[in-house]
Design a protein around this ligand. Structure first.
Ligand code: HEC
Length: 199
């Protein structure tokens, strides 16, 4: 079973490379499988563990009023590719399952006629997606400072890449596109663009 999964992963990578596959800008590709410390082939993102964790994080954020209609917002600002035209980001320590880590919740707004004022007046009307980085417990992904990456739709469902893989977990780790690859270039070496060092 392990061997055949590995073979599938290898052939998927080969197929993608030979097809010159292009993927949606903030999605990320890759087979989604990698070798963990245990030697087992586990999905790096989009698998059962990642999607269950993303669902739990969503519920906890709902309870903390960080997502949903009553959410706490920041002043909307103009975003950069590949995120929305207008963004609003909340950044704070957050506790889940007894672990406290840094949480960054970014709401991405877009659509014909979007502007900072329009978003300030009616945030839900323009909300397109919510991208989140949460720094998990030590050992989750030591190669990438233990960040958990997830892209939600406004109702809390998970966004998917063109291959139908949910964007939750170590998204597209080991490839040259997707959340991790792009955020690796953030100044300060903390994977965060908006500030150089975590407070
Ligand atoms: C092609 C590059 C690129 C990709 C891919 C990308 N991002 Fe970003 N991201 C940025 C840039 C640039 C910023 C800062 C500017 C902005 O806010 O638009 C940012 C900002 C963020 C922030 C706010 C914290 C910060 O770094 O400033 C979060 C949270 C975030 N991205 C999550 C994600 C998630 C989750 C994914 C994958 C689903 C992802 N990003 C994919 C470039 C990228």
């Amino acid at each position: 079973m392990k061997l055949s999964l590995y073979a599938v992963a290898i052939s998927l990578v080969g197929a993608m490379a030979s097809a010159g596959c292009t993927l949606q800008s903030d999605g990320g590709g890759g087979s989604g499988y990698g070798r963990e410390a245990t030697g087992q082939q586990l999905p790096l993102f989009g698998g059962k563990d990642s999607t269950a964790y993303a669902a739990k994080l969503w519920r906890a954020m709902q309870q903390a009023n960080l997502v949903g209609s009553n959410r706490i917002t920041s002043t909307p600002y103009t975003g950069q590719h590949p995120h929305g035209a207008i963004l609003d980001t909340v950044d704070r320590p957050f506790t889940l399952d007894g672990h406290t880590g840094h949480l960054i919740v970014k709401r991405n707004y877009g659509g014909e006629g979007v502007s900072k004022q329009a978003v300030a007046n009616d945030p839900d009307k323009w909300l397109a997606a919510i991208t989140v980085m949460y720094r998990r417990e030590a050992g989750y992904d030591p190669d990438n400072q233990n960040w958990f990456w997830v892209k939600y739709l406004p109702d809390g469902r998970l966004a998917q890449n063109p291959k139908g893989m949910a964007l939750a977990g170590r998204v597209a780790k080991g490839t040259n596109q997707g959340c991790i690859a792009c955020h690796q270039s953030a100044p300060g070496g903390d994977y965060v663009f908006n500030h150089d060092r975590l407070r």
